[in-house]
Ligand binder design. Structure first.
Ligand code: SAM
Ligand code: DTB
Ligand code: SF4
Length: 331
């Protein structure tokens, strides 16, 4: 049986999921996961920061905000050949998607044309393309779609209630507007959030509710664990209980059965056992490669070893969805 795709989850229902006995929640999530995906395949995307730091926004988690005093050195936009060299390396290491991020509030139209040249080059290598450039107008989303982009990443980051404590220079509604522009032109959306910023369980449920109640579930849902950056306002926050992280991954799988749930930033701080639990709970995608945007990622060598120990394989194309009725779990 294939899970129904719902857009009407209530906060109370999602909170109730998060509050289930852990094994109950894991069983439900894994059962749904197997109905929609091969449970032994992991999708791998590699990130590259194409324009680093000096960002006008005040996101309180971010190393790249000009509002904070971090040790990060700002860098101008990378040249096309440097981007393509990084994409070739990522592809040779086994990545199937290349995600380019820029520290902008929004791109100018000139910025966009430069990024489009990068998208074209990466696409020509045979990689899926994703960019995350901040807010987009409807016309800019259309331009990216026409240029052949596959995915646009734009995170909701947290609940609408907790959001004002995290970012003051753009609103939650502006994020929803960008996602709408992206969706309306037929780009695939990648949208998720960050855990461990001091939010409550209710905030975590509320963020998932916002994602599920979008007119279409995002095709990819990155769940980031806050990477604590010295000099940012969120540095020194209490660490999140790892089981709470797993619960959110599992609940995300239950409420968005067909989306790729990505175990995103923060894996370098996670134990192998925690990552294995997250994969069981329905995470089927990772960022792969030594760097995230500015922070270190789990190393590629550690990831290859971990996946081998768990009997998991890199998906050769984006994690394939099961054909309805084509499930091979025990009935
Ligand atoms: N500047 C663009 C924007 O914010 O829309 C694109 C890049 S931004 C770095 C992409 C996302 O990375 C953020 O929305 C946030 O969810 C995530 N992120 C940034 N810094 C992080 C950190 N220290 N820990 C976890 N996730 C982080
Ligand atoms: C997402 O959800 N996480 C990625 C990607 N989308 C762009 C970024 C993580 C950034 C982690 C902190 C850093 O590297 O600065
Ligand atoms: Fe800028 Fe994006 Fe970092 Fe916010 S998350 S400060 S918009 S780079």
């Amino acid at each position: 049986m294939i899970a129904t795709i719902r857009h009407d989850w209530t906060l109370a229902e999602i909170l109730a999921l998060l509050e289930l006995p852990l094994h109950e929640l894991l069983f439900r999530a894994h059962t749904i996961h197997r109905q929609h995906f091969d449970p032994n395949l992991i999708e791998v995307s590699t990130l590259l920061s194409i324009k680093t730091g000096a960002c006008a926004e005040d996101c309180s988690y971010c190393a790249q905000s000009a509002h904070h005093h971090t040790t990060l050195q700002p860098e101008r936009m990378l040249a096309l050949d440097a981007v393509l060299a990084a994409a070739r390396t990522a592809q040779a290491a086994g990545a199937t998607r290349f995600c380019m991020g820029a520290a902008w509030r929004n791109p100018t139209d000139t910025n966009l044309e430069q990024v489009i040249a990068m998208i074209a080059g990466v696409h020509a290598l045979g990689l899926e393309t994703c960019v995350t450039l901040g807010m987009l107008t409807a016309a800019q989303a259309r331009r990216l779609k026409d240029a052949g982009l596959d995915f646009y990443n734009h995170n909701l980051d947290t609940s609408p209630e907790f959001y004002p404590q995290v970012i003051t220079t753009r609103t939650f509604q502006e994020r929803l507007d960008t996602l709408e522009h992206v969706r309306e032109v037929g780009l695939k959306t990648c949208s998720g959030g960050i855990l461990g910023m001091g939010e409550s369980r209710q905030d975590r449920a509320s963020m998932l509710r916002q994602l599920t109640n979008l007119p279409a579930h995002p095709e990819a849902v990155p769940i980031n664990l806050l990477v604590q950056i010295e000099g940012t306002p969120l540095f020194g926050r209490d660490a999140l209980d790892p089981f709470e992280f797993v619960r959110v991954v599992a609940a995300a799988r239950v409420v968005m059965p067909q989306s790729n749930i990505r175990l995103a930033a923060g894996r370098s701080e996670m134990s192998d056992e925690l990552q294995a639990l997250c994969f069981f709970a329905g995470a089927n995608s990772i960022f792969y490669g030594e760097h995230l945007l500015t922070a270190a990622n789990a190393t590629a060598a550690r990831d290859r070893e971990l996946l081998a120990r768990l009997g998991l394989q890199f998906a050769t194309v984006a994690a394939e969805r099961r054909e309805p009725g084509g499930c091979h779990h025990q009935h």
